[in-house]
Design a protein around this ligand. Structure first.
Ligand SMILES: NC(=O)c1ccc[n+]([C@@H]2O[C@H](COP(=O)([O-])OP(=O)(O)OC[C@H]3O[C@@H](n4cnc5c(N)ncnc54)[C@H](OP(=O)(O)O)[C@@H]3O)[C@@H](O)[C@H]2O)c1
Length: 266
């Protein structure tokens, strides 16, 4: 039995990882605090309930697993503080269950910005670096839906918010899932760190224009300044990882697919 466990397997990235693992022939177990809705549950996946923040259910959810891919996320402030602790519990339970390789999904260039959310990622990465089994961290650039959410957020004001002097290299979660599975099946003892970005690095405004065309919005693009440290991080391009292009699915491709799946996108 070759079980691959996906922590957060019901989430955006996690469910892409589950699909990719199924396509590669793994028996897949997903763990999350809640079971998926029947309409979104994937055939052939063993969905387990566990809470990485408290440790409840983790041992049972990881029983027999050989590989762990950690795609956990909880953006609430309290959860961010617990994020590294949840990673520690998860790794300890994985070690106890005999997991032989653990891979964490993190954020591209998260160590370049002093910001609480990013600090929690860096703290958790350190745990994976020191994990008792071979491990890897895959840092991904922003996912396409995040960009689309930002553009759509201005809809009530009939504007499309953009960020001045910022470039992004957004990536599709299916490409992220490929990178995570590649890292999961790699041989080798120590710890590996890889950053993956999308196929295009462009000013945010270019993506905003593409978004307007594809969703058919007539709102005005407004370039907003990013404040303080975040502004400097973006304008200096420290959010971009050189030589990390990996994804093949562009923002426009993803958006056209999503638009045909839900034509009411603003
Ligand atoms: N969004 C981006 O642009 C982006 C870019 C690069 C990297 N990332 C990274 O990608 C990772 C995944 O993000 P995502 O957007 O896919 O997240 P998401 O859609 O919010 O999914 C989070 C998953 O974690 C589960 N979860 C949360 N807390 C849990 C807990 N205590 N115990 C067990 N399961 C728990 C959730 O299920 P329940 O709520 O049912 O527990 C869900 O399955 C994050 O680490 C994020 O930093 C995101």
């Amino acid at each position: 039995m070759n079980i691959l466990a996906v922590a957060g397997g019901t989430g955006l990235a996690g469910s892409a990882v589950v699909r990719e693992a199924l396509a590669r022939g793994f028996s897949v177990r997903s763990l999350s605090r809640r079971l998926p809705q029947p309409s979104t549950a994937l055939d052939g996946v063993d969905y387990a309930v566990a809470d990485a923040a408290t440790g409840e259910g983790l041992a049972a959810a990881l029983d027999g697993a050989e590989i762990l891919i950690d795609a956990l996320e909880d953006r609430r402030l309290r959860a961010q503080k617990l994020f590294p602790e949840a990673g520690r519990r998860l790794l300890a339970a994985a070690h106890g269950s005999g997991v032989r390789r653990a891979v964490m999904l993190s954020i591209a260039q998260c160590d370049e910005l002093d910001f609480g959310y990013y600090r929690s990622k860096v703290a958790k990465e350190k745990l994976y670096d020191a994990a008792p089994m071979p491990s890897a961290v895959v840092r991904a650039a922003q996912f396409h839906p995040l960009l689309a959410q930002i553009f759509a957020a201005g809809h009530p004001l009939r504007i499309v918010p953009s960020v001045r002097r910022a470039r992004l290299a957004p990536i599709d979660v299916r490409d992220v899932a490929r990178a995570l599975l590649d890292a999961a099946v790699e041989e080798g003892d120590g710890h590996a760190l890889r950053t993956v970005s999308g196929p295009e690095t462009r000013p945010v405004r270019d993506f905003a224009e593409e978004w307007k065309d594809i969703v058919g919005s007539r709102a005005r693009i407004v370039g907003l300044p990013a404040p303080g440290g975040v502004g400097r991080y973006l304008s200096q391009g420290r959010n971009l990882a050189p030589e990390s292009a990996f994804g093949t699915i562009t923002f426009a491709q993803w958006l056209k697919e999503s638009k045909s799946a839900s034509p009411d996108l603003p």
